[in-house]
Design a binder for this molecule. Sequence first.
Ligand SMILES: [Zn+2]
Ligand SMILES: [Zn+2]
Ligand SMILES: [Zn+2]
Ligand SMILES: [Zn+2]
Length: 122
Amino acid sequence: MGYVLTVYIIVFGGFNGLTLCEICEKRESVSTCRICGRYVCSHHIGDDGICSVCRETLCERCRRYLSIGYCKICGRYLCEDCLVQVTPVEYVCKDCYRTFNSRVLLLFLLLTYTLLLLPYLL
Ligand SMILES: [Zn+2]
Ligand SMILES: [Zn+2]
Ligand SMILES: [Zn+2]
Ligand SMILES: [Zn+2]
């Protein structure tokens, strides 16, 4: 009997909106975040269906994916889609890459390497 009751609660409990918001754990959840799938209340989800936790780690450029690193030039936290890897550990966003690509980025890299090589040249 206890088992049946448990199953009943699991199966129907969710549909009755008894699942609590996974962020505040106080209010009833109204929907799920489309990125992490968390059950969240109306206070913790935006019109775009993204929870407040994901919003903080969301790419600052496209607002579609989670950020994985930051641009070395403008410092924004961006997703894999919006970043261009310039060295094994450094990223530059696509906006900065496009703007600086031909001129400043080359100069920037040249300057870095010149400074690195300077002790050997003197
Ligand atoms: Zn909440
Ligand atoms: Zn989320
Ligand atoms: Zn992005
Ligand atoms: Zn940038």
